[in-house]
Design a protein around this ligand. Structure first.
Ligand code: GZL
Length: 321
């Protein structure tokens, strides 16, 4: 073999070894970040939009999503979190159905070195080291906004008789929307909540509970529902009882879903306080920061408004949920 051929052979071998060495040294392919998400249920249009936002955002962000829906059973959420821990996911996100009962399983996640993000609803705990951040709305402020709208609506009645339809017992939005509403109305004795019943954030339950209340409460001036689904159910019950929702009975609700805008366009709902479900993009940003060990604020709040009947027709086309 000529000297030139030997040199080319030697160079080729050297190049092959160098390439192999580089490949062996190259970091393992940075696999997709794995997020275990425990969703609380499918009880409302808000929740459907929230799930869609999280699933679509995970795909757009290149995050591998393991999604478990507890369908209203907090014990199933604890089971899902334990499964995520055994699967060694990178981050756990939790939309807690109720505020209590999370310390033990979140301690297990911390011991496993898996950071947790609380989304949507908050939890009651003395150990805020159990989670990296809470991403969601200020429910008490939503309740205050609902009451401020009522006070500003300027009813001249000597007494304003209010029926309240509460969300899920023990859930942060139900507890805090009730407290915020009462806080503002406490300043004026004319406003009286004559009945306050749980209707679990669902339209069917809202209709059923409102119909039962109307059997005994002949004078109802206002219905305050902790979400649009229950308000839409109450509207059906009021109409079945021959009342005019939006006219002789004011309807106030929370979420600002498309269904609420449609009811406002039909002059059956007077106002809806926005509670934004489209928190998927913010959640994915937080997941990546937390996984990278970067500092995140303990509380990240959604930006929201208040939408009254008179603006509904001009805004409904721009609504995203
Ligand atoms: C609020 C969310 C509530 C919505 C309801 O962030 O948890 O739960 O207001 C939903 O519509 O069911």
């Amino acid at each position: 073999m000529s000297t030139v051929m030997k040199s080319i052979q030697h160079l080729t071998r050297a190049l092959a070894c160098a390439t192999l060495g580089f490949l062996l040294q190259a970091p393992a392919h940075a696999r997709d970040l794995v997020l275990g998400f425990s969703q609380l249920g499918s009880e409302s249009q808000w929740r459907i939009a929230n799930t869609k936002s999280i699933q679509e955002s995970a795909k757009a962000a290149g995050v591998q999503l393991r999604f478990e829906n507890a369908e209203g059973n907090p014990a199933a959420q604890v089971t899902a979190i334990r499964a995520f821990i055994s699967q060694k996911v990178d981050v756990i996100a939790l939309a807690p159905g109720v505020t209590t009962g999370w310390d033990d399983v979140l301690k297990e996640a911390r011991e496993a070195g898996i950071p947790v993000i609380i989304t949507d609803r908050g939890i009651d705990t003395h150990d805020d080291g159990l989670y990296a951040t809470v991403l969601g709305s200020d429910f008490a402020e939503e309740g205050r906004r609902a009451a401020r709208w009522l006070v500003r609506s300027g009813t001249a009645k000597a007494q304003v008789r209010i029926v309240e339809l509460q969300g899920t017992s023990g859930s942060a939005p139900a507890i805090e929307r009730k407290a915020g509403f009462e806080e503002v109305l406490r300043t004026d004795p004319r406003y009286k909540v004559v009945r306050s019943e749980v209707a679990n954030f669902s339209k069917d339950k809202g209709r059923e509970v409102m119909a039962a209340i109307l059997q005994s409460e002949k004078q109802v001036d206002v219905v305050y529902a902790h979400n649009d689904d229950m308000a839409l159910g109450a509207i059906e019950a009021l109409e079945a009882a021959g009342r005019k929702p939006g006219k002789d009975v004011l309807l106030i609700s929370v979420d600002a879903t498309r269904g609420a805008f449609e009811a406002m366009v039909q002059n059956k709902l007077n106002v809806t306080v926005e509670c934004n479900p489209l928190i998927g993009p913010q959640l994915m940003d937080l997941v990546k920061l937390v996984k990278a060990g970067k500092p995140v604020p303990k509380r990240v709040q959604s930006r929201e408004g208040v939408f009254a009947m008179d603006k509904a027709a001009s805004l409904i086309g721009s609504r995203k949920y």
